[in-house]
Design a protein around this ligand. Structure first.
Ligand SMILES: [Zn+2]
Length: 282
């Protein structure tokens, strides 16, 4: 089957409320038949699961670092209960989206950073316990994320790999994630010619390290990009999973692969990163 996997798309986001079924139809028509929908906090768990079932895709459960001040104090207990409840759901493929954000200014005070780290670590522990890979949000935070992945491995409780999504770190950080059994997610950012570092790593990292994603409705490829001026005039852009094959063409060009080769390689990598996807892609 000619399956493209979008390893990261927020199909449950309100941006899709008006036309979610059409978006899913367009994705399937474009061959993007498998989507992974990461929840961002407990209040979105049901929506992520429901839309994953609706599109015959997959979902992940977790609290995203950008929402640490919006979640209730028992967010970890809620995640634990949800993982218990849905552990036999074949569409539950990972713990995510979790991680650390060392970029967004409002989340860089000491208390916010400490809260991000506490939630990240507690969610890694749950991933180990439930034997699920993780989907990581990495923004200026690769070293902080890696520190805990290494610590758990040294303690004999290694996280079963996963995806460092929207990867934009250094080559050394990329290699450290790969060494820990992770794949790196590439998407719309790679389509911009000025994204030299992202394009260089997408071109040069081992073929088996790369997965494709849209991060829809975010991270638009260059053909959907709107300047600040256009946005001020009310011109919005919305990324969607149907864009994945065109985004993949950029990877194909950077690597010297055919588009079909790109599809097969990134599909195999996605199944390695998120093994439960295999049963869904058959
Ligand atoms: Zn995301």
């Amino acid at each position: 089957m000619n399956t493209w996997v979008d390893t990261h798309c927020h199909l449950d986001a309100p941006e899709f409320d008006a036309d979610r079924d059409e978006v899913i139809e367009r994705a399937h028509a474009a061959g993007v038949t498998l989507q992974v929908v990461p929840a961002v906090m407990p209040s979105t768990f049901d929506a992520a699961r429901e839309v994953a079932h609706r599109c015959h895709g997959a979902y992940a459960l977790g609290t995203h670092p950008l929402y640490v001040h919006q979640v209730p104090g028992d967010a970890i207990e809620q995640l634990e209960l949800a993982l218990q409840r849905w552990r036999d759901d074949p569409r539950l493929v990972a713990v995510g989206e979790i991680g650390l954000d060392h970029f967004v200014p409002e989340l860089q005070d000491e208390a916010s950073r400490a809260l991000q780290e506490r939630l990240y670590v507690a969610q890694l522990e749950l991933a180990v316990r439930f034997e699920l890979p993780v989907i990581l949000h990495v923004r200026r935070s690769a070293d902080g994320l890696l520190k805990h992945l290494r610590r758990l491995r040294e303690a004999g409780r290694a996280v079963p790999g996963g995806i460092a999504h929207a990867f934009n770190g250094s080559e050394q950080q990329a290699r450290a994630f790969i060494e820990l059994g992770f794949k790196l997610g590439y998407g719309g950012a790679m389509t911009f010619e000025r994204a030299l570092q992202i394009r260089r790593l997408a071109a040069e990292l081992p073929a088996e390290a790369i997965v494709l994603e849209t991060d829809a409705p975010d991270i638009p490829p260059h053909w959907l990009y709107r300047t600040a001026e256009q946005r001020a005039q009310g011109l919005r852009s919305r990324n969607e999973p149907a864009e994945l094959p065109r985004i993949a063409q950029t990877l194909a060009d950077l690597r010297g692969w055919s588009l079909d080769q790109t599809r097969r390689i990134t599909l195999a990598n996605a199944l390695t990163a998120l093994p439960r996807l295999a049963a869904l892609s058959a």
